[in-house]
Design a protein around this ligand. Structure first.
Ligand code: BTN
Length: 265
């Protein structure tokens, strides 16, 4: 069913979100949020779509966004550029906000650095943050959230790696209630960010992250493969790994997987 945006607006308690713009169909809510003229942009503006015809994922992947089956949205933020080295935390905040909202449905998920929410190793939600460089002291960050809500099935390409809330609960999920909760949580976490309480965000992430102290392989942006053990999330939201060589290395981006070979040892 189509999202009833009026119900969402009527139930929003927090003052942080000035407006929610709903579109039946867009290419990508992130694309729209990035292209929007500066004079139309307000901090906390949310763009939600019924479907995305060109939904984007990380690492140039597509994000499958079928009509009315998920929450496909972007939150526009205007954070101070002086905290630019902390912008990666905004992706972590997106995932924490969704995870907290689905906990209220009694769903225990885990976070996978830097942007996934997994349930039994299948993907429930992905976050894609994109930055627009603007002059002056304020930046534009678009936090895009894709949450699989009411799908009954996925296409062949992703069916083994994806799951929806409906598949977990065996019942249709109320998207309006869920969206209100996610935005409330987001506004609380973003307040922490603005008040520079970065360590609360990273500590919470570490608590919910499935990979802490596990042996992993990181395929980094420089196309190198690194093996080691996850030891921390830094104040900038990077993944800190103790490499098998003994040296510590931090990653700001990359694809992480559990090192199955080392589990067998
Ligand atoms: C990923 O896991 O790779 C990130 C997926 C992010 C998908 C969301 S859906 C709303 C927003 N608009 C997009 O085009 N992508 C994000």
């Amino acid at each position: 069913m189509k999202l009833d945006i009026k119900v969402v607006q009527d139930n929003m308690k927090n003052k942080f979100i000035p407006e929610i713009k709903y579109f039946d169909s867009v290419t990508s809510t992130n694309e729209l949020a990035l292209k929007m003229e500066d004079n139309l942009v307000k901090e906390g503006l949310v763009i939600v779509a019924g479907e995305q015809t060109k939904g984007r994922g990380r690492l140039q992947r597509n994000w499958h966004s079928p009509k009315n089956e998920g929450l496909w949205m972007s939150i526009i933020l205007l954070p101070e550029q002086k905290n630019k080295d902390k912008y990666a935390l905004l992706t972590l905040i997106g995932a924490l906000s969704v995870q907290k909202a689905i906990k209220d449905l009694d769903i225990n998920s885990t976070l996978k650095w830097p942007n996934d929410i997994l349930y039994e190793n299948k993907k429930l939600c992905g976050v894609l943050s994109q930055f627009k460089s603007v002059g002056g002291s304020i930046g534009r960050v678009v936090v895009g959230i894709g949450l699989n809500v009411n799908q009954d099935k996925f296409n062949d390409e992703i069916k083994d790696s994806s799951i929806s809330l409906k598949m977990i609960k065996n019942e249709k999920i109320n998207k309006e209630k869920l969206l209100v909760k996610i935005l409330d949580n987001f506004s609380n976490y973003y307040n922490m960010f603005k008040n520079e309480k970065f360590n609360i965000i990273t500590e919470r992430w570490k608590k919910e992250m499935g990979m802490l102290h596990q042996n992993i392989i990181v395929n980094s942006l420089d196309k190198e493969k690194y093996k080691g053990k996850v030891i921390d999330i830094t104040e900038n939201g990077e993944l800190k790994v103790q490499l098998d060589s003994g040296e510590n290395k931090t990653f700001i981006a990359g694809d992480v997987s559990i090192d199955k070979n080392s589990l067998k040892l």
